[in-house]
Design a protein around this ligand. Structure first.
Ligand code: HEM
Length: 424
């Protein structure tokens, strides 16, 4: 998959195919309707079982990207395509950059596999099968759909027809692998940002109320869609602040220099590995005063989005020619889920056995990769929280969110408390 490939012709071919699909103009026409459909579906699912909110968010994200990429019909529950992709993704979580120092210190590849810490070698072998399935099986299903005259609104169809590819060969393999990269890139990143949005709303009821006021005034008792975006600057600012406040990849993805370079007088030879610190960039007090405060209003100037600050937040998607090519898709998905949720639900902190709100304990470590699995651990019944399983996983991000959902038009009938823990 090209996100793991070094710079070169194959990476360029695959990246071009990806961008032809995920550029913003194309996304507006081909992706937004699907994202809207699954954001609405999320609302229904949240209404039916709010305690399963992480499962619903996962489903929304996975179903949208699989529909767009392969044209598959996603099942209401327990979809086998999602299950298979998630299984493969888990392997990548384990092997992904930052988890094993081998990515940063390649000489570790030569360690014998019995040595402590060299487990990445065996993980690599056992995961190969699942990863191959993830790449090949949905693709085969998409091809079958096309033979039956269906699935013509998929990336696979568009990419194959653009290049007049019929069967086999390198070009078809490029399309197949590029398609799998879409699921890989979209799933954990998007889930993390939706979860952080929940946490931000529960912690900042004033912000939430202001966003809902903007929605209520503009929408007048209907659900939002993408045409409403220009009329909702404050909710757009809430999204930017969510991405700024807790960047999901605080140290981005390391880049390897392809030529000698210099930075502030430091000589950096070709092949050096360079990390960028998104966390620090988005907490630069000169641009973002009181950076720990969740304050969407910082993005508004005369009622409009301040484009200079918006562009600074886009650094959360990386830099240069490796910048995230799914960024416009990601923004659309996050925005439409946020506004759909806020127009129907109010998110609040859970209360303990005595009825007092439980503080949200949001810890975020400067790990290289926070795009790792989430676990719902426990429903709070007596204000008792168990996080030991989370801590067993050791390093990384622990997100602990206690939330109350209130269905906005039936507040008294619909309140649930739960604890949600994400671990990496
Ligand atoms: C909030 C959501 C997301 C964030 C914060 C994010 C962030 C990032 C970052 C930091 C990188 C590395 C950039 C660099 O090397 O400088 C990256 C790469 C990538 N992202 Fe995203 N991403 C998000 C969503 C998505 C989505 C939805 C997709 C797919 C539709 C996607 C696909 C990719 C791909 C394919 C790459 C590898 C690019 C390459 O190596 O050329 N991402 N992303």
């Amino acid at each position: 998959m090209f996100s793991f490939q070094p710079y070169g012709q194959q990476w360029r071919d695959r990246r071009r195919a990806f961008w032809q699909e995920f550029n913003p103009e194309h996304g507006r026409i081909n992706h937004r309707p699907v994202q809207l459909q699954y954001a609405r579906d999320l609302i229904r699912r949240l209404y039916e079982s709010p305690l399963d909110f992480d499962i619903h968010a996962r489903h929304m994200i996975a179903a949208a990207i699989l529909t767009i990429t392969y044209g598959l019909d996603i099942q209401e529950k327990g979809d086998p395509n999602i299950a298979m992709a998630d299984k493969a993704l888990k392997h990548l979580d384990v092997a992904f950059i930052g988890t094993y120092m081998v990515d940063v210190l390649p000489f570790l590849r030569n360690l014998p596999r019995w040595m402590p810490g060299a487990g990445f070698q065996t993980t690599g072998e056992s995961s190969r099968h699942d990863l191959r399935l993830m790449v090949e099986l949905p693709y085969a299903k998409a091809r079958k759909l096309l033979q039956e005259g269906r699935g013509e609104s998929s990336f696979i169809h568009r990419a194959l027809s653009r290049r007049h590819i019929t069967d086999g060969g390198k070009e078809e393999r490029d399309i197949m692998e590029t398609a799998a990269t879409a699921y890989l890139g979209a799933s954990e990143t998007s889930l993390f940002s939706v979860v952080l949005f929940f946490a931000a709303m529960a912690q900042n009821p004033d912000v939430q109320a202001k966003a809902q006021q903007e929605l209520d005034q503009h929408l007048d008792h209907r659900l939002p869609d993408f045409d409403d975006q220009p009329h909702l600057p404050y909710t757009f600012a809430v999204m930017l602040e969510t991405l700024r406040w807790q960047p999901i990849a605080p140290l981005g993805v390391p880049h390897s220099l392809v030529s000698d370079d210099e930075y502030k007088g430091y000589y950096l030879p070709n092949g050096s590995i360079v990390f960028y610190n998104i966390w620090a960039i988005l907490r630069d007090e000169a641009m973002f005063p009181e950076p720990d405060t969740f304050n969407p209003s910082r993005f508004l100037k005369d009622g409009e989005i301040n484009t200079q600050l918006r562009d600074r937040v886009m650094t959360t998607f990386g830099f240069g020619r490796r910048i995230c090519p799914g960024r416009y898709y990601a923004l659309d998905g996050l925005w439409i889920s946020m506004v759909s949720i806020l127009s129907v639900f109010t998110i609040g902190k859970a209360t303990n056995g005595c009825g007092h709100p439980i503080d949200i304990d949001l810890e975020y470590t400067a790990d290289l990769n926070s795009l790792l699995p989430f676990v719902v651990l426990e429903v709070i019944t007596f204000g008792v929280i168990v996080i030991s399983v989370a801590l067993l996983f050791g390093i990384g991000t622990v997100i602990l969110v206690h939330l109350t959902y209130t269905y906005r038009s039936k507040r008294s009938q619909f309140a649930h408390d739960f604890v949600y823990i994400g671990v990496s």
